[in-house]
Design a protein around this ligand. Structure first.
Ligand SMILES: Nc1ncnc2c1ncn2[C@@H]1O[C@H](COP(=O)(O)OP(=O)(O)OP(=O)(O)O)[C@@H](O)[C@H]1O
Length: 343
């Protein structure tokens, strides 16, 4: 996914809260320590972050409360100004845009969903979803038709005439998602959209989200502090600590090769078999004697658990989506991983 055309790129991004933070950044050669900042009464909510997000990619920003997730995402959409560093959206430096250009960029390309649903209480569900289209000046019948389509997409058909107060929290969040989708955002920012939901509904929403993601091709930046949620949804995960990105990588690499001790701690309780795919364990097939029915490269070890446990082959061929054998799976290693042994 990294090779995809970049949609958002940020370089050496800093967001420092406090009095005249630019002064300390220039005085300390743009790289003050957390301690130096603290002594100056400043907080670095985002510290020297460089990231590239490819078209169609879903990047999940993950970290504990206060690690800087929301601030980073607000900087990427320039809801807040950065202290230093550059943000390029589709080749344009958004730091250099005028307010009017920014508003236009947000209206035309960006969608945002926040934890608080922000629905208009005196409008029905369908009118809430149609609201951003009204802002764009679309006629009523076109916008209602589009809103109905979005409501069907998020599983709320039949509720269009309800008022927000007549819906559950999960349903209200779906209305928020439908409203944001109505304008077909090419870039979609979601800040903990499911955190207000109870675990069962949350999982349902994640499934729904994965279904939507399969149908749409927009670029998504999704914030969560729930690692399981990140693992389920992400193409790549950026793990933040004290404003810095500790590692930005695929879920598989985060779990199998944590870059820092902090990331390792985060991943230590994760069931690796749910994340690691056959392709990641495949070794060159030559000389292994792997033959017979292959397993699919994209399947996780959990998906393959039954086969891995019951098969008698020492090495099992691994095939890509076209059916070409790309390597061999060492069954003993796969069993060890299934049983939670270190990789
Ligand atoms: N407007 C502000 N003024 C001063 N400090 C701020 C401001 N906004 C955020 N901060 C500080 O920046 C740091 C990062 O906050 P941020 O909200 O980005 O974290 P987060 O990871 O999104 O947290 P949460 O998961 O709790 O939402 C925190 O220490 C916070 O107190």
């Amino acid at each position: 996914m990294n090779e995809a055309e970049p949609v958002i790129a940020c370089r050496n991004l800093w967001k420092v809260f406090g009095d005249r933070p630019d002064r300390i950044l220039s005085r300390l050669n743009c790289n003050p320590s957390a301690e130096e900042l603290r002594q100056s009464g400043l907080i670095a909510a985002v510290r020297d972050v460089s990231l590239t997000i490819g078209r169609g990619e879903m990047l999940v920003v993950m970290g504990l409360s206060g690690s800087g997730k929301s601030t980073l995402v607000r900087c990427l959409s320039r809801l807040i100004d950065v202290t230093s560093g550059a943000i390029i959206v589709e080749g344009r430096d958004i730091g250099a845009m005028t307010e009017t250009e920014l508003i236009d960029l947000r209206r035309r390309k960006m969608g945002m969903v926040f934890q608080s649903f922000g629905l208009l209480p005196h409008r029905t569900v369908v009118d809430n979803v149609a609201f951003p289209l009204e802002m764009r000046g679309q006629d009523r019948s076109t916008r209602i038709a589009r809103a109905m389509e979005m409501l069907e997409l998020v599983g709320l058909k039949g509720r269009e005439s309800y008022f927000p107060r007549e819906l559950s929290g999960g349903q209200q969040q779906r209305v928020g998602i439908a409203r944001s989708l109505a304008v077909e955002p090419e870039i979609w920012f979601l800040d903990e959209p499911f955190s207000a939901l109870d675990p069962l509904i949350r999982r349902e929403m994640q499934d729904e989200f994965l279904r939507l993601k399969g149908m749409l091709s927009n670029t998504i930046v999704f914030i969560t502090h729930d690692f399981d949620e990140a693992l389920r949804l992400a193409d790549r995960i950026a793990i933040m600590k004290d404003g810095a990105v500790e590692q930005c990588d695929t879920p598989e690499r985060i779990v199998m090769s944590p870059a820092t001790e902090y990331v390792a701690k985060f991943t230590s309780a994760v069931d690796r078999s749910r994340v690691v795919r056959a392709a990641a364990l495949a070794i060159p097939a030559e000389g292994t004697g792997a033959e017979g029915q292959p397993v699919a490269a994209g399947q996780t070890l959990r998906d393959l658990a039954r086969l891995i446990v019951s098969d008698s082959r020492a090495f099992i061929p691994v095939a890509d989506a076209q059916g070409h054998v790309i390597g061999a799976l060492d069954r003993q290693r796969a069993v060890d991983l299934l049983l939670g042994e270190p990789a």
